[in-house]
Design a protein around this ligand. Structure first.
Ligand code: SF4
Ligand code: SF4
Length: 260
C-alpha cells in the first residue's frame, strides 16, 4: 500500500534502520486476523510477491486471477495486482463487520482457523506489517522503516527489524525493493504527465479547441497512459524461472532502461 502524507499521522514519527529494535512483534497475532480480513485489497503485490505465490501454489498468475484470489487494478496510473478480498454478507445481503465496524472481506489465503495458508510465501507487505517503508526522494539514499503504531492495537513486543522481516532486510531483496520502487515511481510520473498534457487547461497556446478535438486529445492522453501501464505490467509480471527471480528481474530492468 502506498501512502502519501505526514509520517506523524500514521506512526510514532520516527524512522528506523534494519538493526533497530521496535515494538513490531505481534506475537503471532494470536486471536486476531483483522489485517487479513479487512485490508487485503490494499496489499499491492510486487513481481517478487507474485512469483513467490505462483511457485508456492504451483499455479500461474492468470490461474490465480481466474479463481478470484488476485485481481489487477489501475492504481495511480499503474496496473498492479492485489489480493482480492472475499466480501462477506448476512442472509439479507448486508456486509458483515468486525468489532471495529469494518466490512469483512477476508483474504483468499486466510484459512478457516484464521491462519495464513501461504505464510512462508506471503506478500512482502504482510511480512512487513505493522512496519512500513519510507523511501526518500533522493533515489541514492537507502529506504528506512517506520512503525504504523495506530494500525494494530494487539499487544506487541520489541524486536530487531532485521529479525522481523527476515530476507526482506537483506540483499538481494533490498536492491530489488529499491529498483522496483524507482521503476514504479518513474512510470507513475510518466503516466501522470500524459494525463496532464491532455487536460483541458493544457491546450497548445493560441489554439482554440472544439469539444471534438479536446475529447480526442484527452482520449489520446489516457491511451498513452494506459499503454505505459500495460507495457510495465507485461514486462515485469510475466512468469519468472523458479530460483532465478533476481537475475531475470535485473534483465527486464535493463531492457526497460535501454528503452528510455
Ligand atoms: S491488527 Fe495486529 S495482531 Fe491483528 S492481524 Fe493485524 S498485525 Fe496481527
Ligand atoms: S496472504 Fe496471508 S498474511 Fe497476507 S493477507 Fe492473506 S492471509 Fe493475511
Amino acid at each position: 500500500m502506498l501512502r502519501e502524507g505526514s509520517l506523524e499521522d500514521i506512526s510514532d514519527g520516527k524512522l528506523y534502520g534494519p538493526t533497530d529494535m521496535v515494538r513490531a512483534d505481534t506475537c503471532g497475532c494470536k486471536g486476531c486476523a483483522r489485517c487479513c480480513e479487512v485490508m487485503v485489497d490494499t496489499i499491492l503485490l510486487s513481481p517478487l510477491d507474485v512469483a513467490n505465490l505462483c511457485e508456492a501454489l504451483g499455479k500461474s498468475f492468470p490461474e490465480l486471477v481466474e479463481e478470484g484470489a488476485l485481481e489487477v487494478r489501475i492504481i495511480d496510473g499503474l496496473m498492479l495486482p492485489v489480493l482480492k478480498g472475499q466480501p462477506q454478507t448476512d442472509e439479507a445481503g448486508h456486509p458483515l463487520r468486525n468489532a471495529y465496524g469494518e466490512e469483512l472481506a477476508p483474504c483468499p489465503f486466510l484459512s478457516e482457523e484464521k491462519r495464513c495458508s501461504v505464510h512462508a510465501s506471503r506478500p512482502d507487505l504482510c511480512r512487513l506489517f505493522p512496519l512500513g517503508r519510507f523511501y526518500p526522494e533522493d533515489p541514492g539514499e537507502a529506504f528506512s522503516y517506520f512503525l504504523q503504531d495506530q494500525q494494530c492495537d494487539h499487544p506487541r513486543v520489541k524486536t530487531k527489524i532485521r529479525k522481523w522481516i527476515g530476507p526482506a532486510a537483506e540483499e538481494p531483496y533490498r536492491k530489488f525493493l529499491t529498483d522496483w520502487h524507482e521503476i514504479a515511481a518513474g512510470m507513475r510520473r510518466l503516466s501522470q504527465e500524459y494525463l496532464q498534457s491532455s487536460a483541458p487547461e493544457n491546450a497548445s497556446e493560441g489554439v482554440t479547441e472544439t469539444p471534438e478535438t479536446l475529447e480526442a486529445r484527452m482520449r489520446e492522453g489516457m491511451e498513452r497512459s494506459l499503454s505505459v501501464a500495460q507495457r510495465i505490467f507485461t514486462l515485469f509480471y510475466a512468469p519468472y524461472t523458479p530460483g532465478r527471480f533476481y537475475e531475470e528481474f535485473e534483465q527486464r530492468r535493463q531492457s526497460l532502461l535501454d528503452l528510455v
